[in-house]
Design a protein around this ligand. Sequence first.
Ligand code: GLC
Length: 429
Amino acid sequence: MMEDTRMEWFRDAKYGMFIHWGLYAQLGGIWNGTAYPHGTEWIMRNARIPLEEYRKLQDTFNPVEFDAEEWVKSAVDYGAKYLCFTAKHHDGFAMYDSKVSDYNIMHTPFGRDVVKELAEACKKYGVVFCLYYSQMQDWEDPNGNGNDWDFDEEKKDFRYYFENKVKPQVKELLTNYGEIGIMWFDTPYDMPVDLCQELRRWVLSIQPKCIINGRIGYGIGDYRQMGDNDIPVLGYRGDWETPMTLNNTWGYSKTDENWKDPKVIMKMLIDVAGKGGNLLLNVGPDPLGKIPEGGDRVMRVMGDWMKVNGDSIYGTRRCVDFPYEIRWGGLTAKGSTLYMHVMSTRENPDEIKICNLETKAKRVYLLETGEDLPFFQSYEIARDEHRFRVVTKGRRWDSLNTVIVVELEEEPKVHSLYFHFEDLVKTEK
Ligand code: GLC
């Protein structure tokens, strides 16, 4: 029971904003004239940049245009209910005032604690603040995982790093910045299970309500973290989240303008929410602290839609699986309400149909205007088919997604395709 209330805000939120920002933003995926476009935040490892070279990025990090309030206000405009920020990514650099290691943002020309500023802004605007922390990989620490070009793998003492950097830094993050919604860990690889368990206990001993994501490892997180950019094909029963990039990288890229179309994101959001998960959409701000224009544009389109249609996303829960493909869009559900998300009317703009819905509908209307729509429900015995048809003739469609609300008498029940006619009537072949 206790567990349940802890997860409630996460289940209701459905849509979050991920921000990857660190020293690597200055390189934007290019090192010595060579492009490392995929995972620009991985450039230190992908280009095997010696630590002494990479470290110099500390001397030039000065994002004078960074404004925490502007980022958080954007998150609100985008419709995101939570914001997850990279406090320390694999490169080991802390984007906050850490007393544990000098390899942190206070030792740059910028010298401001962006985690603190973001925490305050999130509190002010009612956005749940969450922190990403790379617990296994740390390319600056001689005992951290991942850097095998500066440090001798044989000589590494992971437990030493865990006790002397990970635990104290996680403690700082959970002590100095108010309530943290999620501690978002990453790439646990083959981290020993006892240390993962220890880390979980550690987090909860400091902030018992903090949610821990699945990448703490071994299924001991509070929800399943799906693969990067991966949406499961079938509905998933537990709590889950898909981290998704807006272009093809997490950190800032000088070359990647391959922003996903809002239609594509919309389809994914409906798919994820319908299957009971959350979508965590990522953007990588530039070295000056600005959210790239292309990403911002896409997110705003989504946000504008959410302002009008948010009821069909926030607070929804996993929708029952319908047996047929829904080619006009998708479904989300909240108790006895179904939301039909009409994203394509190419097949038939006059009528939108769901097959195999058994439950009786009471009222059908357009979410945006509240206007009632005529509907028909039928069951044909000889075909053993339930049909639910909404008349949409002459309607104006939102180019992105028009939501039709279906109020049912009870929670939706679906008629199985595996029905035996013999149960219904004696038939002979
Ligand atoms: C990964 C990557 C990483 C990124 C993350 C986002 O596992 O290592 O760079 O932060 O996924 O989900």
